[in-house]
Design a protein around this ligand. Structure first.
Ligand code: F0G
Length: 454
């Protein structure tokens, strides 16, 4: 069959609120043209993030009733630990309230002035947590990954030559090497098993641990199955296990590929590092058998990890993201290619060449998407990255708009609606104008800045 159906049926529904174009004109103006300032019940299709927005299954909700809220030694923790170790066989599994809490603990231990942490591309909280310790976060993406239109199977791969030269010249400053699977900031692109293996071999040669930032590990494993010779007949579960067998530890946001609305963990094999991590955990998150979570959250994650490696789900997930991407390509909307796992990244700079980067084409596109159809997306471009430490302003490398797809939430007709809105917008794109910033805070301006249409 050509039609990939949602491999679930709907037992509980959450109404979405319809608005008119006039309503939305008023709402976005009251929000000072910042999509983060909208109330989410004024949004019809929310593609702001795939993080924490998954629909949980009946099994997950049922498991939550088994949540044991004991302070120490809860059976919910042991179920969570066993589910993680079934896929990621690390010695120490340390639960945190979300991914960035795991990052904070890890980099408090291994970061510091003068250190350098290489990664394919740091996610923004990862970068911020590295930099908060005084260390440097270095992105080592290969050249081909910097061309949004180029089709290549594994644009998330780290550049091994640059990594090797860093380890050879400055190795004593590198406490560990990270790989983000899939590479969110680079367009949701996967990392190949060959690249993970070769990175591990380099790390072993230089005596460095390899950690995976594993938020979207199952989507990455499914791309390996689809695209990497030798893996076509392997189960996703085995591919996941192999990915983690090459690593010495991981950080995780359970808000992505664990189908949970909150949660995360830090895992590793090194006993001494784990001891230090648990000491910090007790100060900032909680006792080691619950970390930053309730027993019921640990239960939801344990079941979510069983469900995420289901190949019918993953086929639907990857194919339905590609369905939106292909429709946009067919109507001539430039997007980052090939389509990644969790999101479509529209190249707003290429789509709106008449709007200069410093008039924020990505923001203009995101605002218009809301006006046209009540769709909320996220600018990843000059608004997010353009402000320099000295207060000046420079175009970001790219001006993208991310349409992130929440897991198991929207049906194909919701996506068809998004496609229809894009067609309307695309036909009138030459009339879009840029924006200026009327007010901005001193850091992380994209969350709260106020804009004015030009
Ligand atoms: N690493 C990656 C690759 C991520 O995408 C995220 C979150 C984190 C770490 C941090 O995890 O949110 O649980 O603290 N990404 C979300 C997003 C916010 O919208 O892409 P967290």
């Amino acid at each position: 069959m050509k039609t990939i159906i949602e491999p679930f049926r709907i037992k509980s529904v959450e109404p979405v609120r319809m608005t008119t174009r006039e309503d939305r004109e008023a709402l976005i103006s009251q929000a000072h043209y910042n999509l983060f300032s909208l109330r989410s019940d004024d949004v019809l299709i929310d593609l702001l993030t795939d993080s924490g927005t998954s629909a949980m299954s009946t099994r997950q909700w049922a498991a939550m009733m088994h949540g044991d809220e004991s302070y120490a030694g809860s059976p919910s923790f042991f179920r969570f630990e066993a589910a993680v170790q079934d896929l990621m066989p690390f010695q120490h599994i340390i639960p945190t309230h979300q991914g960035r809490a795991a990052e904070k603990i890890l980099f408090t231990i291994i970061g510091g002035e003068g250190r350098i942490v290489p990664n394919n591309t740091h996610f923004d909280t990862t970068r911020a947590n590295v930099e908060a310790t005084g260390a440097r976060a270095l992105d080592l993406l290969r050249e081909e990954a910097k061309n949004p239109a180029l089709e290549a199977p594994f644009k998330g791969d780290i550049d091994l030559e640059q990594l090797e030269s860093l380890l050879a010249t400055d190795g004593d400053r590198v406490p560990l090497v990270m790989l983000t699977v899939t590479n969110n900031s680079g367009g949701g692109q996967p990392v190949s098993m060959a690249n993970i293996r070769a990175t591990k071999a380099l790390c072993a040669r230089y005596g460095k641990p390899l950690f995976l930032d594993a938020c979207r590990f199952a989507e990455n494993a499914y791309f390996i199955k689809l695209r990497e010779p030798g893996y076509e007949n392997q189960s996703v579960k085995n591919i996941v296990r192999e990915m983690f067998s090459h690593a010495d530890g991981m950080t995780m946001s359970a808000k992505k590929d664990a189908f949970a609305n909150i949660g995360g963990w830090l895992a590793m094999n090194d006993d001494e590092m784990a001891q230090r991590a648990r000491n910090i955990l007790i100060l900032t998150e909680g006792f080691p058998t619950y970390g930053g979570l309730a027993g019921r959250d640990l239960e939801a994650i344990a079941v979510g990890l069983e469900e995420i490696v289901d190949e019918d789900y993953l086929e639907y997930r990857i194919r339905s993201t590609a369905y939106l991407g292909q429709a946009l390509i067919d109507m001539g909307v430039p997007i980052v290619r090939p389509v990644g796992g969790h999101a479509i990244y529209v190249d707003a700079r290429a789509m709106l060449p008449h709007i200069p980067a410093l008039a924020y084409p990505g923001q203009s596109l995101a605002v218009e998407l809301y006006r046209v159809g009540g769709i909320r997306a996220c600018e990843i471009g000059t608004v997010m990255f353009g402000r320099q430490p000295d207060g000046s302003e420079q175009p970001a490398v790219m001006d993208l708009v991310r349409l992130a797809i929440p897991r198991r939430v929207y049906t194909q007709s919701h996506i068809d609606y998004v496609i229809e809105c894009f067609a309307e917008l695309n036909a009138a794109k030459d009339r879009l104008t840029g924006l200026s910033i009327a007010w901005e805070p001193s850091a992380l301006r994209h969350f709260t800045a106020r804009f004015k249409p030009l």
